[in-house]
Design a protein around this ligand. Structure first.
Ligand code: AMP
Length: 436
């Protein structure tokens, strides 16, 4: 199957060629013709499957087939994403794939000034890529007109619900015409996602490219059991002896990310941290340096890492296992993208054995445990409850302050990259997972 056979026109095919893609990925093969036909789509797509091109290419194609609206402020297509990083990345894809089309697009998210965003939309754009909180701010200032909206895409819908965006999304949808084409993508399918989808999609075509809740199979996964206090030493050794040049490392907390970054730097390994307490500028700079191979290690928390797309990222390290098994799938989805092979290494201490069991249950597989003799755990160390940011948490300390539903004010939702901000949905999900 070629991109041409999927029904894309020359201006888009030319841009695809420039990106160096020869063959459509499975999700692209399924999604592109369906979307071009005008069908709503419910996409069960994992990260790294080529999903972004799977919806942006036919979206551009559809725009070119229909007559544009007359008024400037009327937008034709909207893509909602959970985080600033993902919004910026989807915007980049649209601008790359739409390079030879006349459509103008812009990206809006919180954490930066609203006025330039309002001004750009006022001048006239066809496609807006946005995080829900900031878009709602713009809409409440009458800065955007959805009355001629033809397309709505919800990307990583599961994560948007986890982050408490459901109310903002519902308010935004009320402003949109009913006779639009809607596409909803999600890596996992909870009952909440299904409920959202049934309320907003019209007889959708279900497109699945991999089994639900499983990890992408081209990723090799390994666990090294190690004492907590020796994790930093083991990580440094792995990076140096295996000569890893580009490693994405996950910690559970912002504090943990900062601390590890500092320690790696002291050990002569260049590193930067990316998390919700960092300014947008600092995050963009860290990501750019990492992509340009100027720094070797990017240390990230789960929410900050959403949407990070680095071609052929070879190594992902779980320095600390995530509290929520789904996050493991999202984390390791950063490697082995679009058919490339990748390696996901988890450093697991005695405190985390329960988290590891939950993850293995969730992905329905045992992860290979590789023993490193010099770092064998001390059997005398007993498991302790996992301290997670302020006031405990983890799989054990439920019912603490982290379990409060987050505020839904547009202020709190700006941009959406709030590490540790979890909604009621997420917590009920977490409880369910932990009870297995
Ligand atoms: P996504 O799952 O949308 O985040 O895409 C993952 C990566 O695959 C991105 O780096 C894309 O540039 C790349 N990609 C998307 N489609 C193709 C394709 N047909 N061939 C090769 N690479 C692709």
């Amino acid at each position: 199957m070629t991109f041409k056979e999927l029904g894309l026109s020359d201006s888009i095919l030319k841009a695809i060629k420039e990106q160096g893609y020869d063959t459509p990925t499975p999700i692209q093969t399924k999604a592109i013709p369906t979307i071009i036909k005008g069908k709503d789509v419910l996409g069960a797509a994992q990260t790294g499957t080529g999903k972004t091109a799977g919806f942006t290419l036919p979206l551009l194609e559809r725009l070119s087939q229909k007559k544009p609206p007359m008024a400037k402020k009327q937008i034709r297509a909207l893509v909602l994403t959970p985080t600033r990083e993902l919004a910026a990345q989807v915007a980049q894809s649209i601008s790359d794939y739409g390079k030879f089309t006349p459509y103008r697009s812009t990206v809006v998210f919180g954490g930066v000034g609203i006025n330039p965003q309002l001004a750009t939309i006022r001048k006239g754009v066809d496609i807006v890529i946005a995080t829900p909180g900031r878009l709602l701010d713009i809409a409440s200032q009458k800065g955007i007109d959805f009355s001629r909206l033809e397309f709505l895409v919800l990307d990583e819908a599961d994560r948007m619900l986890d982050m408490g965006f459901i109310h903002d999304i519902k308010k935004l949808i009320k402003l949109m015409p009913k006779n639009r084409q809607t596409l909803l993508f999600s890596a996992t399918f909870s009952s909440e996602i299904k409920a959202l989808a049934s309320g907003m999609l019209n007889s959708p075509t279900l497109i699945e490219v991999a089994k639900e809740n499983t990890t992408a199979n081209q990723i090799s996964q390994v666990v090294h059991l190690v004492d907590k206090r020796r994790k930093r030493e083991l990580l440094s050794q792995l990076i140096k002896t295996k000569d890893w040049r580009q490693v994405l490392v996950f910690t559970r907390t912002k504090h943990g990310a900062n601390k590890l970054t500092k320690e790696l730097e002291e050990y002569g390994i260049s590193a930067s941290a990316i998390h919700g307490n960092k300014s947008q500028g600092a995050r963009t700079k860290a990501l750019a340096s990492f992509k340009a191979n100027e720094i070797r290690v990017l240390v990230a928390t789960d929410i900050a890492a959403r949407g990070i797309d680095i071609d052929q990222l070879p190594h992902v390290v779980n320095y600390e296992l995530p509290n929520v098994p789904e996050d493991y799938v999202h984390r390791i989805g950063r490697t082995g993208r679009a058919g490339e092979s990748g390696e996901a290494v988890s450093l697991v201490c005695v405190d985390e054995h329960k988290l590891l069991r939950d993850i293995e249950k969730f992905i329905n597989a045992d992860i290979n445990k590789v023993d490193i003799e010099a770092f064998r755990p001390d059997p005398n160390i007993k498991a302790e409850p996992i301290q997670n940011g302020r006031g405990g948490g983890g799989n054990r300390g439920r019912g603490n302050s982290r379990n409060k539903p987050r505020s839904n004010s547009s202020h709190a939702n700006n941009g959406g990259s709030h590490d540790g901000a979890r909604s009621k949905n997420r917590n009920s999900n977490r409880n369910r997972q932990g009870q297995k």
